[in-house]
Design a protein around this ligand. Structure first.
Ligand code: SF4
Ligand code: SF4
Length: 383
């Protein structure tokens, strides 16, 4: 009897943390058929769901941290089990008890850095706008057309700063009146939320919302699909609605309005990788492709697993901060898919994808075979 009571308590705890939909599952196993993990090792979301339904979840298990929130299985599930939200409920319980398996432990340092400095990279808040030095980027003021919100990785990561600088240059060439928040910008909080730290997400979101309102922000341009997703779909939980546009959409808008002219040529074979949070989660598939097709000389070719079926890079759901053994990296498979079609450039529009692809590229026999580019970097080369 004691055990039954324990299981009931766990079921109630899971329900309180947002996992009520687990009970809808009828164990068809479609989630496991589509999950990218089963290309690199065995993993069963179906099993996680079954155990949670009976209150048998082991919160110290590595498996509850595996999901990258790629969005594939929720699209395939016939019972709307909401595997992402339900799965996050288990992480919330584990995070609350401070139970992290070894490969998940970096999350603790990430949480401390987010709390102290507003970024997950253990960088100083004071240096958040350093990427813009020498690029004549102004602080945002209320009368400006748009706020550019580069996000943490484009602000600090040496590789990704180049994408932020390319974006600023594009905006200047198109005469867009824009500014940045600089040290007042905080991490959007999307990924730490998916890693189970709900309170931290709420505090980051509230700080950002206050800054947006105090600064008179109406329209926000983002470079990260994760910022896009949370500003558009999660911040409205706080009764606010800001207009949000992703750089892959905005570049096309600027070209179509005649504000941005593509003057040069880019004579390369390019393939485009759909980031999960831009494509599957938010339906933005065509704008990046239309933009790339407008580039003179560029030949756009498709890889296997494109658009709705895009193969996750492995970085979502907080996995970008966790350790993944080399032989289990989805990004290695993706880079191979690009090489299989003789692409010279693997283009995308997400800081996590670029980070993972750059890592995978370096492990190729000849790392010069393939370039990894943000769309903004390609456009910046020909304006
Ligand atoms: S696809 Fe949905 S119903 Fe089928 S096993 Fe997975 S969670 Fe259960
Ligand atoms: S959301 Fe993606 S990574 Fe997570 S269990 Fe479903 S298919 Fe697998």
């Amino acid at each position: 009897m004691e055990n039954v009571a324990d299981f009931k308590e766990i079921i109630d705890l899971i329900k309180e943390n947002g996992g009520d939909a687990f009970k809808l599952c009828y164990q068809c196993g479609l989630c496991d058929v589509v999950c990218p993990w089963n290309r690199v090792r065995s993993f069963s979301m179906r099993k996680i769901v079954r155990e949670a339904t009976f209150g048998l979840t082991e919160i110290e298990s590595e498996d509850i941290w595996r999901c990258t929130t790629c969005g594939k299985c929720p699209k395939a599930c016939p019972r709307d089990v909401k595997q992402i939200e339900s799965g996050v409920s288990l992480r919330r319980i584990a995070a609350e008890y401070g139970v992290f398996p070894a490969h998940v432990r970096p999350i603790r340092a990430v949480g401390a850095s987010l709390k102290g400095e507003g970024n997950p990279l253990n960088e100083d808040r004071d240096k958040r706008a350093d990427w813009a030095k020498g690029h004549s980027v102004k602080p945002f003021t209320e009368d400006m057309e748009i706020l550019y919100f580069p996000g943490c990785y484009l602000s600090y990561d040496p590789r990704l700063k180049k994408a932020a600088q390319a974006t600023a240059n594009i905006l200047k060439k198109a005469n867009v009146d824009f500014g940045i928040l600089g040290t007042k910008e905080n991490c959007c909080g999307e990924s730490i939320r998916k890693a189970g730290s709900e309170e931290l997400f709420i505090s980051l979101a509230k700080e950002n919302i206050k800054t947006f309102i105090d600064s008179g922000v109406k329209k926000i341009l983002v470079s990260s699909p994760h910022c896009y997703h949370t500003f558009k779909n999660e911040y409205p939980e706080f009764m606010v609605n800001f207009e949000v546009v992703h750089i892959s959409q905005y570049i096309l808008e600027l070209i179509n309005e005649g504000r941005l002219e593509l003057k040069g040529e880019y004579n390369k074979k390019v393939t485009y990788h759909d980031p999960c949070y831009l494509g599957r989660h938010n339906g933005i598939f065509s704008e990046p492709r239309i933009t790339l097709n407008k580039v003179p000389g560029l030949q756009l070719i498709e890889m296997a697993d494109s658009m709705q079926d895009s193969l996750c890079c492995g970085g979502g759901g907080g996995r970008i901060w966790m350790e993944t053994p080399k032989e289990e990296r989805f990004s290695d498979l993706r880079v191979e898919q690009a090489i299989d079609i003789d692409a010279e450039v693997l283009a995308t529009s997400c800081p996590y994808c670029i980070t993972n692809f750059e890592d995978s590229r370096l492990s190729l026999d000849d790392s010069e075979t393939l370039e990894i580019k943000d769309i903004a970097e390609i456009i910046n080369e020909i304006i």
